[in-house]
Write a protein that binds this ligand. Sequence first.
Ligand code: GLC
Length: 536
Amino acid sequence: MAAPHPPRTDDWWRDAVIYQVYPRSFADGDGDGTGDLAGVRARLPHLAELGVDALWFTPWYASPMVDGGYDVADYRAIDPAFGTLDEAEKLIAEAAELGLRVIVDIVPNHVSDQHVWFRQALAAGPGSPERERFHFRPGRGEHGELPPNDWPSQFSGNTWTRVPDGEWYLHLFTPEQPDLNWAHPDVRREHEDILRFWFARGVAGVRIDSAALLTKDPDLRDFTEGVDPHPYIDLDEIHDVYRSWRAVADEYGGVFVGEVWLPDAERFARYLRPDELHTAFNFNFLACPWDPDRLRRTIDDTLAEHAPVNAPATWVLCNHDVTRTATRYGREDTGFDFAKKRFGIPTDLELGTRRARAAALLTLALPGSVYLYQGEELGLPEADVPLDRVQDPMHFRSGGTDPGRDGCRVPLPWEAEAPSYGFGTHAGTEPWLPQPADWGRHAVDRQTADPGSMLALYRTALGVRRAEAALGDGPMRWLPSPEGVLAFARAEDLQCVVNLSGAPVDLPPHTEVLLSSEPLPADGSLPTDTAVWLRT
Ligand code: GLC
């Protein structure tokens, strides 16, 4: 087992590599087909050897799992399918022993319809104080038969559901995820308590789900395309919430990463002011196509938007909501857009994987922190999940046109020859989502034995990144380069060069190749869709 990693700096989050664990699909310790905390604990050495600094767990709380756990029934309990609170505390402690910090996921915009508050609200009826914690309203139309407003959902479909007594309640996502009323003091108090509950258990950070959606227009006015402000995205009042959260985090030295999908750089940066969130996911980079000019512009915009608030950038290629990197980069449209997800898009996986390898070295060389989604270190492609096994509500709410997000959530392959590829412990138990027949070729044991594998590339890259003080936080400088080539220096003697030009180019002068995403030919050239880290 690898030795524990010393913390790099006190501001560890400014350049950490954070591994996202989707517990349902990581490793199944009790053999029931669903991943769990026992599975994670058994596999912690894999994460320590990989060389990441922290683990972000998508929600592990008690949940009916209508939206993969983003429908939380009780924040202070672990879902029985995943384990117990006691196991979560052990996991946090064991991870710490290996030098791994833990980040939990809080979903403040909504709760599960099974949460005690919502059940009380339904029982208490119209006009009750219990209903004020949510957005209950009478309907429009002569008999209240029409929803109270026209808001579009974050998942296609309606945002209002009518209850038997005639009132409607708001849900930006599924009907099983009623939105909380953030103008209500109980809602604010409760969440600050939840933060304390988890910080007191030793977690180092909190990821904030749907962070820009919490506050709503007080009159719930209709949505009009192009009219600002939007009635529920990025209202100014939201910053007041995060200022008080920051005060709580500061009591414990905890940090935040916000899920903030906002194309407007200036609005995005407001979330990262010194008394608000520490970091936010960089979705513009995630959505950016594999194109040298677009990538360069996105990198420049990212750094420019973070500089005034002195927040570190984050670099993300993939997560549990989007198409896996190797698949996306192997398609004609290499960008990401929820609205464009369809079945059967032609994919050149070999090309996509080659680009994903180069993208790994690009991303890990940029200034700031990096998020790595489980399976990315194995180069997993998006899996085709048979229609009769699809679980994701995004698929159903799209009327079946959107394949949904299950394809990036398929259980990990650990051992090429074992039942369920080593995901579970019991032969004969089927994983909750089926694994493709060729999953074994991506298995951890096979890749460990292969120095040319994606896993070997990530292990080496993370080791070099840890050893090179200039990587991570700090300045970067673009270097002159041929068209279609991204070249930048992180120190006088350290460069990253990525060739997206479609043809080989000459490597710049150097004393040593620290790492390359593909084997380099003897003629001193850098092949296309290849990245190198050079000592100069
Ligand atoms: C976030 C999560 C996603 C979830 C949604 C609703 O976007 O990443 O998985 O479905 O919020 O909570």
